[in-house]
Unconditional design. Structure first.
Lengths: 235, 121
C-alpha cells in the first residue's frame, strides 16, 4: 500500500491527509451524522497507518502534511469575513456581546486553570488546555504562546466543540434561557465553531451571534491568556 | 465561485500573512501573525479598501474545510500519546467541567444583562 517511492515523497502526507479526510466526510454523510467532525474518524485512521505500517513515521508524514497545516494561517485570516458580514449584529448587541465575551474569557481561564490543576494535570497538559474554548487555529497559536502542545490543544478544542454541539441546547433549555443573543454568546464562547454549527437548524440569530462571538473570543483570549495565565500560576 | 476569484482571494490572504509575519517580527511583539492578519483583513473590508467579493469564495472554502487543515496537527497527537494516556481522566474532566461552567455562567450573565437593559428602555 505504501511503496518506498511514496514514503519519501511529500505525496504521502498530502495524499493521505486529503484522501482520508474526504473518505471520512463521505462516511459521516452516508450515516447522516452531523454533530461529529470528520477529523474524529480521519485522525485515528492516519495514526494507525503511521504507527503500524513499517517504514512510516510521523516525520515522513509531516513532509507533505506540513503544506496543509500551513494553510491554517490563511484560514485564520479568512475568519475576518464572517466577522465583517455579521458586523451589524456586533453593533446592535455591542454591550451584551463585549461583556459576555470578556466574562467568558476570564471564566474559562480561571475555571480551566483551577479545575485542571486541582485534578492533577501536568503543567504542559494544563498549558495545552487553557485555550480549549477557542476556535482551533487560534487555540493552536495561544497554545504555542504559553508552552503547550498544539496536538493536545486540538484534542481538547474538538472535544469541547463536539460536547457543546450535543449538550449546549439541552442545558440552555434547562436553565430556561430563551434569549437568542444570550444563547449565541454562550455557545460561541464555550464551544466555538463546532458548537455554533449545531445552532444551524435552531435559530439564525444564534448562529450569527455564535460565529461573531467565536472570532472575538479568539482575539480576547490571544491577548488575555498569555498575560493572565502566568499571573494565575504565580499566585 | 470561479477559479479567478479563488486565486485572487488566496493571493490576498497570503499577502496579508506575509505582511503580518514581517510586522510581528519587526515590532518584536508576541502576537500570532495570522490573528494580526485577521484584524488587518477586517479593517481592509470595513474601510472598503478590499471588496468582499474578492475574498468571499476563498474564505468560504478555507473555513468550511478547516477540519482538513488541522488534521495533520491532530495526527501529531500520536507523538504525545504516552503523556496523554497517563492523565486521560483529569484531561477529559477539565474539558467537560470547563464547558459546563463557561456555558452556564456566560448564558446567565448575558441573559440578565439583556433583560435588565430591556427593562430600562
Amino acid at each position: 500500500m505504501f511503496p518506498e517511492i511514496l514514503i519519501n515523497s511529500p505525496l504521502l502526507g498530502l495524499g493521505l491527509t486529503v484522501l482520508v479526510y474526504v473518505l471520512a466526510e463521505l462516511i459521516l454523510k452516508q450515516l447522516k451524522i452531523k454533530v461529529l467532525p470528520p477529523i474524529l474518524i480521519a485522525c485515528p485512521v492516519i495514526i494507525i497507518c503511521l504507527m503500524y505500517y513499517p517504514g512510516l513515521s510521523y516525520a515522513k508524514y509531516a513532509q507533505g502534511a506540513n503544506f496543509i497545516s500551513f494553510m491554517l494561517g490563511p484560514a485564520t485570516i479568512a475568519l475576518a469575513v464572517p466577522l465583517y458580514r455579521n458586523w451589524d449584529i456586533v453593533r446592535k448587541y455591542a454591550l451584551p456581546l463585549s461583556a459576555g465575551i470578556l466574562l467568558s474569557t476570564l471564566v474559562s481561564l480561571v475555571c480551566v486553570f483551577y479545575v485542571g490543576s486541582s485534578l492533577g494535570l501536568q503543567e504542559q497538559t494544563l498549558n495545552s488546555v487553557m485555550a480549549k474554548s477557542v476556535t482551533v487555529p487560534i487555540a493552536v497559536e495561544i497554545s504555542k504562546m504559553v508552552n503547550g502542545l498544539p496536538a493536545i490543544t486540538i484534542g481538547a478544542v474538538i472535544m469541547s466543540g463536539v460536547l457543546g454541539a450535543v449538550t449546549n441546547h439541552i442545558i440552555l433549555r434547562l436553565l430556561r434561557i430563551k434569549n437568542d443573543v444570550a444563547c449565541g454568546v454562550a455557545i460561541g464562547a464555550c464551544s466555538h465553531g463546532i458548537g455554533t454549527s449545531a445552532c444551524a437548524g435552531i435559530s439564525s440569530v444564534q448562529l450569527a451571534v455564535g460565529g461573531v462571538t467565536m472570532g472575538l473570543c479568539g482575539v480576547a483570549s490571544t491577548i488575555l491568556i498569555p498575560i493572565l495565565y502566568p499571573i494565575l500560576k504565580a499566585l | 465561485m470561479n477559479p479567478n476569484s479563488l486565486l485572487i482571494g488566496l493571493a490576498i490572504l497570503l499577502g496579508i500573512l506575509w505582511f503580518s509575519t514581517v510586522a510581528v517580527a519587526w515590532l518584536q511583539i508576541s502576537f500570532p501573525p495570522a490573528l494580526l492578519g485577521m484584524l488587518i483583513l477586517f479593517l481592509l473590508l470595513y474601510f472598503k479598501i478590499i471588496p468582499l467579493s474578492l475574498v468571499e469564495s476563498i474564505s468560504e472554502v478555507l473555513i468550511s474545510k478547516m477540519g482538513l487543515l488541522f488534521l495533520p496537527a491532530g495526527v501529531s497527537i500520536m507523538l504525545y500519546l504516552d503523556i496523554l494516556s497517563s492523565q486521560m481522566l483529569p484531561f477529559v474532566a477539565t474539558v467537560v467541567i470547563g464547558n459546563f461552567v463557561i456555558l452556564i455562567i456566560t448564558a446567565k450573565f448575558t441573559d440578565l444583562l439583556i433583560s435588565q437593559k430591556g427593562g430600562k428602555e
